[in-house]
Design a protein around this ligand. Structure first.
Ligand code: UN1
Length: 507
């Protein structure tokens, strides 16, 4: 396949790199299979503990130099990465689609998110502002500045195999940090392709070896990173279970963690909703990326008066969905990532039925030649009651739960009464309803939208959520502050030594 060649992916790849150098890993070899057709794409070597330690040592050495580069010069390197990503958008988008299974449109959209964060980071490289304060002491100046932090560990999930790394690494780089990336073992080739793309830019700019490190491997690599005192910040995206394990390890050594974990995102559809918007927003939110985004719409909380009308429109839209090879632009829904994910989908459907859920669509796994990987499932819709335990869990699959409500207060309570707190939305043309939803008595999520769905956030805003979602904020707004250490400075430019708080100390 031509796009693999262009991205320098061969049949066997080293999965460990400190930049231009690729290291032979001493861990097990991972085979990457495509959920699109079940084919073996390529093999990747992984790291053992010694390989890992060698990489982190190199990263530490690189930090000593990289932190001295002026931030706008680091920004210039990131600008060039953005250009390279534009040049490779199609190939990388295709690889994301083929290795992960999302539609080609979404694969390219993911690369676009990378380009966007590069542009954002370039501007930011001249805006790493601190505040100045007025000192209570005469002849004193007080201000704060942000300094580079060190080695940043980045643990990413299969569902956004390239974008989430870029949200972290582009900001970390302009902040003067160096990165050690542990990609999902389900999408190792996407990571290798990214490393190849940036390496050529780094070499041309004389960026020290070790600023961008890649350590492929399984769960143990994440554990090494989270326990490693040489890594002051660990940014982890994935399941709540993984996030809790990382958080405990990082907290044990009083490091910083930035967590972006599960979501159980709802759209409230009020009787004042514009259904022309609400229906497509719900459908894209629920079936986009085959229900495998953290921002996927999992629950629709619908006013009882429009419940039937809305449900019928939704069912009609579901009938139009084309499921199949995601590289074919006509298809809306591709496969799940692997057969384990298919089992989880089937299991959630069983649980939902056992708890009283009524499915309004077909459910199940598709078979036939076009679906030979065994990973294609039918997006489905169930009418449920809010208290069913399954409704409070995040199942990474296209299963949408419908819940009727009477008052908006009740709808907001339902929406907030789950352990997760990532994304939320309300569909309404009524100002009062929208404002209540956005108020402190409204949605408890990190993201709250009006008249758009729960997924598809832009990189300009801070991305992340509350409660079991982990509390971290990545990407836009002032998320960069996570990647730096703040220092408060007070300077006395007099020949006196007045003490703060009016304390006298005469000697
Ligand atoms: C994720 O699923 O981990 O808002 C990230 C969205 C995308 C990012 C999702 N911009 O759906």
């Amino acid at each position: 396949m031509e796009f693999l060649q262009k991205l320098q992916i061969s049949t066997h790849n080293e999965g460990i790199s400190t930049g231009s150098k690729w290291l032979a890993g001493h861990g097990v070899v991972i085979n990457s299979y495509s959920p699109v057709d079940g084919a073996l794409i390529a093999a990747v070597s992984t790291a053992n503990k010694e390989d890992y330690d060698q990489v982190v040592t190199k990263a530490q050495e690189a930090f000593e130099q990289w932190r001295l580069w002026p931030a706008p010069k680091r920004g210039e390197v990131v600008r060039q990465i953005g250009q390279a990503l534009r040049a490779y958008k199609e190939e990388l988008g295709k690889l994301v689609s083929y290795e992960m299974g999302k539609s080609l449109q979404e694969g390219m959209g993911e690369v676009q998110e990378m380009i966007d964060i590069c542009d954002f980071a370039v501007g930011l490289s001249r805006q790493l502002h601190g505040l100045t304060m007025h000192s209570e002491r005469p002849g004193h100046r007080m201000y704060e500045q942000y300094h580079p932090l060190g080695v940043v560990g980045i643990i990413t999930a299969f569902n956004f195999p390239v974008a989430v790394w870029s949200w972290n690494s582009m900001l970390a780089w302009i902040c003067g940090d160096v990165c050690v990336w542990k990609p999902s073992e389900k999408t190792p080739l996407c990571a290798i392709a990214c490393q190849h793309i940036i390496t050529s830019i780094f070499e041309a700019n004389g960026v020290p070896e070790g600023v961008s490190c890649l350590v492929s491997g399984g769960r143990e690599v994440g554990e090494w990173i989270s326990k490693d005192e040489r890594i002051p910040l660990v940014s982890a995206t994935g399941s709540t279970r993984m996030g809790k394990a990382v958080a405990v390890n990082v907290a044990q050594r009083l490091g910083r963690s930035l967590l972006e974990l599960g979501g159980n995102n709802a759209i409230i559809v009020t009787k004042n909703a514009d259904l022309q918007i609400a229906v497509p927003a719900a459908v894209f939110g629920a079936v986009g990326t085959a229900g495998q985004r953290c921002t996927t719409t999992r629950r629709l909380i619908i006013h009882e008066e429009i419940f039937d009308v809305f449900t019928n429109k939704l069912l009609h839209a579901y009938q139009q969905l084309k499921i199949g090879n995601p590289l074919n632009p006509e298809n809306h829904v591709g496969p799940l990532i692997d057969k384990d994910a298919v089992q989880q989908y089937l299991h959630a459907i069983e649980e939902c039925k056992n708890q009283g859920g009524v499915f309004l669509t077909d459910t199940g796994v598709l078979d036939g030649e076009a679906y030979s990987s065994g990973c294609y499932v039918k997006p489905c819709i169930a009418k449920v009651a809010h208290h069913y335990p399954i409704v409070h869990k995040e199942t990474f699959a296209p299963i949408l739960y419908l819940i009727p409500y009477k008052t908006l207060e009740e709808a907001i309570t339902i929406q907030n009464s789950v352990p997760q707190g990532l994304s939320s939305a309300i569909m309404t043309t009524d100002l009062r309803e929208a404002e209540l939803f956005l108020s402190h008595a409204g949605s408890d999520c990190g993201i709250a939208n009006v008249n758009i769905g729960t997924s598809g956030a832009e990189i300009g805003g801070a991305f992340g959520g509350e409660k079991e979602t982990g509390g971290g904020r990545e990407s836009g707004s002032d998320a960069w502050k996570n990647y730096m250490r703040r220092q408060t400075n007070t300077i006395n430019y007099t020949n006196q030594l007045p003490l703060a708080q009016g304390i006298k100390f005469d000697i």
